[in-house]
Design a protein around this ligand. Structure first.
Ligand SMILES: *[C@@H]1O[C@H](CO)[C@@H](O)[C@H](O)[C@H]1NC(C)=O
Ligand SMILES: *[C@@H]1O[C@H](CO)[C@@H](O)[C@H](O)[C@H]1NC(C)=O
Ligand SMILES: [Cu+2]
Length: 153
């Protein structure tokens, strides 16, 4: 009895835990890291980035760097004059807002050689267990409140 309740609890945690503590680390380029001659758009394709996830740019310090830029500078590979790049070789960026994010390497002509990444960050998704499910109750409650009845058949 006690044991089966523990088991059910573990099952719930195992099932829904990953959805709740869902912040993910994305190693940019996987084992190739942050470098020239890699298809970062191919890498990003099919991945879902959410607020709270992290990008990790991995490279030998000094060989590359990471500038966060806007879409214009991304397209033209323009390295911003102001604003310092990340240079540690293990640069971690927390995705704090939704929308498009653009990153380029500012060393030499690496950006022109394809060392650039654009992603779209989605708003943090609610775990399905928390999302309110449509239920008969919401209708019966609505029917007691005439102001909410305009759109009901
Ligand atoms: C993009 O950033 C550059 C600075 O690197 C700035 O001069 C330019 O006005 C920005 N463009 C837009 C559309 O914000
Ligand atoms: C790189 O950064 C990540 C995230 O901050 C960290 O977990 C990892 O231990 C770091 N790796 C190295 C080799 O410093
Ligand atoms: Cu580079």
């Amino acid at each position: 009895m006690g044991l089966s309740r523990v088991f059910v609890l573990l099952l719930v945690v195992a099932t829904f835990g990953p959805m709740i503590t869902s912040a993910k680390d994305f190693l940019v380029g996987d084992q190739s890291g942050w470098t020239v001659g890699f298809d970062y758009q191919g890498w990003a394709h099919g991945k879902e980035f959410h607020i709270g996830d992290r990008l990790v740019f991995n490279y030998p310090a000094g060989a590359h760097n990471v500038y966060k830029v806007n879409g214009t500078d991304f397209q033209s590979c323009n390295v911003p004059l102001e604003g310092a790049p990340l240079t540690s070789g293990n640069d971690t960026i927390v995705l704090a807002t939704s929308g498009k994010k653009w990153y380029i390497c500012g060393v030499s002509n690496h950006c022109d050689q394809g060392q650039k990444l654009v992603i779209t960050v989605q708003p943090q998704a609610l775990p399905p267990s928390v999302a309110p499910a449509p239920s008969p109750w919401s209708y019966s409650e609505g029917s007691k409140r005439p102001f909410f009845n305009f759109n009901l058949p």
